[in-house]
Design a protein around this ligand. Structure first.
Ligand SMILES: [Zn+2]
Length: 254
């Protein structure tokens, strides 16, 4: 067997045309938003950084808002480490800017009533606080919640830690947890054995929700523009952006 390449979050990532062709050929089973939210009294999205709730499950969040299902975003970090050594943004600037971007994005999504609870764990070092995060999540989850969290194999250390902590908290509380791929679309290639492709379900999104999701992502301006002071490219790569623009979302069921 060929050796697995190491995960890189830099560069341009895997081309969207490659993903679309492969995903089309796989005929992944479909699940509808109303099936995911069936019997849910609240949708809870565990977001490692401000923007992950849109990238991974913005469509489902918009759907829940449309159906008047209450929603909560658990903001694990404040995203203060997205621009290291930048002269454009200090970490404190980023906390403020990204909080504002998140609020604007949720409003654009139609989810103005969505609550946000900030845990303010250190951006980039969530794994150092994983047990504390799992305890916080277990204390937050309620019976009849449906919870969304990144895959434990999403490839970004903070996302992986959030995926593992959510899995532990869901097991302890008996609530339904769905995992979503976010960074997978950047670093992986079709069929990568580290990703649970065979368990994934395809959640089709109505056009009006796709439009809202695309517009909501545009609110995250700090993540969508290059930083001339460091020469770094936009944090949200083109393939993450295109992956979040699809007419469907992919989820791994409980
Ligand atoms: Zn993230």
């Amino acid at each position: 067997m060929a050796a697995l390449t190491s995960i890189s979050l830099d560069g341009t990532g895997t081309d969207e045309r490659t993903w679309r062709a492969w995903l089309r050929s796989r005929r992944c089973p479909t699940i509808l938003p109303q099936q995911v939210l069936r019997d849910a009294q609240r949708l809870v999205v565990v977001a490692p950084h401000p923007d992950d709730e849109i990238l991974g499950s913005g469509g489902l969040l918009a759907w829940s808002a449309h159906e008047r299902c209450p929603a909560l975003v658990v903001a694990v970090t404040q995203g203060e480490a997205s621009h290291p050594a930048s002269r454009r943004f200090s970490p404190a600037d980023l906390v403020e800017a990204r909080r504002h971007e998140r609020r604007e994005a949720l409003c654009t999504l139609g989810a103005r009533a969505c609550h946000v609870v900030e845990l303010a764990l250190p951006d980039g070092r969530v794994a150092d606080h994983e047990a504390r995060l799992a305890a916080s999540l277990a204390a937050t989850f309620r019976p009849h919640d449906v919870v969304i969290a990144p895959l434990p194999a999403d490839g970004h250390p903070d996302h992986d830690a959030c995926g593992r902590a959510a899995r532990a908290a869901a097991a302890a509380t008996g609530i339904a947890l769905w995992h979503v791929p976010i960074w997978v679309w950047h670093w992986a290639t079709p069929g990568d054995p580290r990703v649970p492709w065979t368990r994934m379900r395809r959640l089709p999104l109505p056009d009006r929700i796709v439009r809202r999701k695309r517009a909501a992502l545009e609110a995250h301006t700090s993540q969508l523009t290059a930083d001339a002071s460091t020469g770094r490219a936009a944090v949200i790569s083109e393939c993450l952006r295109r992956g979040a623009s699809r007419r469907f979302e992919m989820l791994v069921p409980p």
